[in-house]
Write a protein that binds this ligand. Structure first.
Ligand SMILES: [Mn+2]
Length: 292
């Protein structure tokens, strides 16, 4: 199945790839995140194609190529390899990868793909949850351990918007190297300090950004697997996004949307966020002539 981002035809000379990753193996509560990539792409033609903040039309500046929604295999390891493979095929063509999940485990697949192209990079992780468990439900690779696995691969992690973790994770924080946390409370109480910390973390580094939609307050994104009160606002998210794009952003994923039957707020918020990212990338591309 293939539904194109913004309903636009694929561009020959596209700079950005939209990669649906309908991975769903380890969700804890209700199922449905598998449907998210398609549902997010389906609402995308309804938004404005012009961004008033940057005064850009990302589709004209960047050009998009949307990958079909992949039928993933029944083995988690194989499905991760399949997603990695698709991301690599985009990176070979020098397309900037925007990966739409699926559960958070998707990030591990993207990180593995990026490792083939970039020697060192750091990860900025927006989420309500730390995802730093060593094991969860007796397995090591799942949505609750994904950032631990990424950290173990040698990538420093900055987690932002966190407001839920286990005792084991909290204790791990004190001993873990290369793991920094900005709690949601700090985002609400001292946002300028948060921006400063992001700048310090990102300086002179390549950055991969993983965006779990439950970092938002549930009012903005009620359709997520595990909603938590006290999330960040739309404009806080945009400021963080804008700041990170300024540095060397090498890829992006948006994960954990679980479409609800009653309304599509979450899908719209998701697609607007992806669009805003594209607007900031357009601005950068116009200014510097390059995305990476
Ligand atoms: Mn989460």
């Amino acid at each position: 199945m293939k539904v194109n981002f913004l309903g636009l035809p694929d561009e020959q000379n596209a700079r950005v790839a939209l990669i649906p990753a309908p991975l769903e193996f380890t969700t804890s509560w209700k199922k449905g995140t598998k449907e998210a990539p398609l549902e997010i792409l389906k609402v995308s033609p309804n938004i404005e194609f012009f961004d008033e903040e940057t005064r850009t039309e990302p589709a004209l500046i960047l050009g998009f190529y949307t990958y079909p929604v992949q039928e993933l295999s029944n083995s988690l390891e194989q499905a991760i390899d399949e997603i990695s493979h698709t991301v690599k095929s985009a990176l070979i063509k020098k397309l900037f990868p925007i990966v739409i999940g699926g559960e958070h485990t998707v990030s591990l697949a993207v990180v593995k793909a990026l490792e083939n192209f970039f020697e060192n990079f750091k990860v900025i992780h927006l989420d309500a949850h730390l995802d730093q468990r060593d094991k969860y439900l007796n397995t090591q690779i799942n949505h609750a351990t994904v950032m631990r696995r990424i950290l173990e691969r040698g990538h420093p992690v900055l987690s932002i918007g966190i407001r839920s973790c286990s005792k084991e994770e909290y204790e791990f924080l004190n001993s873990a190297e290369n793991l920094e946390v900005i709690w949601a409370e700090e985002v609400h109480q001292n946002f300028p300090q948060v921006l400063k910390k992001i700048e310090d973390f990102s300086q002179n580094s390549k950055i991969y950004l993983s965006f779990d939609m439950d970092v938002f307050d549930p009012a903005l994104a009620p359709g997520v697997g595990t909603p938590e009160p006290g999330g960040i606002s739309w404009y806080q998210a945009l400021q963080i996004l804008k700041l990170v794009v300024k540095y060397s952003l090498i890829g992006f994923d948006l994960v954990e949307v679980m479409p609800l039957p009653c309304h599509q707020i979450t899908e719209y918020t998701a697609v607007r966020l992806i669009f805003k990212l594209c607007a900031y990338l357009s601005e950068k591309y116009e200014r510097t002539g390059t995305l990476f």
